[in-house]
Design a binder for this molecule. Structure first.
Ligand SMILES: Cc1cc2nc3c(=O)[nH]c(=O)nc-3n(C[C@H](O)[C@H](O)[C@H](O)COP(=O)(O)OP(=O)(O)OC[C@H]3O[C@@H](n4cnc5c(N)ncnc54)[C@H](O)[C@@H]3O)c2cc1C
Length: 400
């Protein structure tokens, strides 16, 4: 099936993946529009760790050099057991380029390189169906309008509406919650370029410097009965987190106490089961998925965002490679063989996101379970399948 250049590519969701996909398409000369339900670009979660595979994708998108100026390079890492002060090196130096970006910096860098009118804010997609006669996707928007698109790319995150049409099951929950935030040190912090993790029982605090003055930190712990109330009050998030830090080193507790309350966010952890990914062909008609909508994975490898950037590069490359020029007596037209392009994309991404999802699933289950047998099975599977712990950072999504 070939389609003409007037056809609109509609990206649902203006998060990291939606904006990156629009930018990747723009770099290849392909127009798209992004429908984002929020009234502004959402940078929830303070910061994001970007590993070498993510930097390779950002290089292809043409925004890496600007972003490098906004974030320190992380050179070393340590895991510290709070009870006895024992320290263990983390393999950070071996990973290669690792930086922690402010989410606003990343979203802005993506958005400001897009043509005006690409991003449509306040546009919530309520449902999607395929037109029975043309098979084109039809989007129902919250304001009552209906949009017939020629291609729909669902970048609408963990609770994706677009994923429904591909028959993917809903995402599932781990029993862990994460609190994330920033602390600003007026006169500079003491952490240099180190990624530190402090651990006590089932509470862990990780911190990474963003700049000489700004530190991003996250706390992982089991969900509590207060979480649903706390997720609506940043002051309560702070109180609960300070409380959870009471046996941690004093400078760590102070860091949480002095954090910027507006940056705090508490979230539960959702994931798409790896076997759901294997069982789906990731395309129905001219609808596909990218980012968390396709491969929501808990952040144990800090790879969800980088994998979303890879999706964007690969998807734009596949659509571009499947373009042909048609000349008739009136005009020249660029046609895209959409289905071939989306199949090529799905084929290229499926095993990459399957292995990432499987590794995070095994780590998450190992941390989640109280059953010794399950824990042991996860540990053995991780040792056998993921012996090289940083292999996932070496992936190269290739040229745009
Ligand atoms: C605690 C935590 C820490 C993380 N840390 C890291 C990390 O350090 N490194 C890393 O690489 N990844 C990390 N991740 C994962 C990363 O945040 C995600 O993979 C990434 O944000 C996915 O981007 P996305 O654009 O696919 O989804 P999202 O960022 O969720 O964006 C989806 C967008 O779609 C919009 N939307 C949703 N529904 C609709 C609709 N119906 N209509 C219109 N718009 C809609 C939303 O408003 C949103 O803007 C972390 C995740 C969590 C939960």
């Amino acid at each position: 099936m070939e389609r003409g250049e007037e056809e609109k590519i509609v990206i649902v969701g203006g998060g990291i993946c939606g904006l990156a996909t629009a930018l990747a398409l723009h770099r290849k000369g392909i127009e798209s529009i992004v429908l984002e339900r929020s009234e502004n670009l959402r940078a929830t979660g303070a910061a994001i760790i970007v590993q070498p595979n993510g930097w390779r994708a950002l290089d292809q998108l043409g925004i890496a050099s600007k972003l490098r100026q906004t974030a320190l390079s992380i050179q070393s890492g340590q895991y510290i057991t709070v009870k006895d002060g024992k320290k263990k090196d983390l393999p950070v130096g071996d990973v290669g380029e690792l930086r922690c970006l402010k989410r606003t910096d990343l979203l802005n860098a993506l958005a400001e390189n897009l043509p005006a009118d690409t991003v449509h804010l306040g546009c919530k997609v309520m449902s999607i169906k395929l037109d029975p006669s043309t098979s084109y996707p039809i989007l129902q928007l919250q304001d009552g309008s209906v949009l017939m698109a020629k291609v729909v790319i669902g970048c609408d995150g963990v609770n994706s509406t677009i994923a429904n049409i591909l028959g993917l099951n809903s995402t599932r929950l781990f029993s862990t919650s994460v609190i994330r935030g920033f602390t600003n040190y007026e006169t500079g912090h003491e952490f240099g370029g180190a990624f530190l993790v402090f651990s006590k029982d089932d509470v862990q605090l990780g911190l990474l410097p963003v700049t000489e003055k700004l530190v991003y930190w996250f706390v992982t712990r089991k969900q509590t009965s207060q979480d649903s109330k706390a997720s609506k009050s940043q002051t309560l998030i702070k109180e609960l987190t300070v409380e959870a830090m009471k046996d941690f080193p004093i400078h760590i507790m102070e860091m949480v106490k002095d954090s910027d309350v507006d940056s705090l966010h508490l979230t539960d952890l959702r994931f798409r089961a790896p076997w759901d990914l294997l069982g789906s062909n990731l395309r129905r008609g001219s609808v596909t998925l990218a980012g968390d909508a396709m491969h929501a994975m808990a952040p144990f490898l800090a790879q969800g965002g980088s994998a979303s950037l890879e999706d964007a590069v690969v998807l734009a490359r596949c659509l571009s490679q499947n373009q042909t020029m048609r000349v008739d007596e009136k005009q020249a037209k660029t046609m895209i063989n959409v289905e071939a392009a989306l199949d090529q994309y799905a084929k290229e991404r499926k095993m990459r996101v399957f292995w990432l999802s499987l590794e995070t699933f095994l780590i998450g289950t190992m941390l989640d379970t109280s059953t010794l047998l399950v824990k042991s099975l996860c540990i053995i599977s991780l040792m056998v399948l993921f012996r090289d712990k940083i292999a996932h950072t070496r992936y190269d999504c290739g040229r745009l």
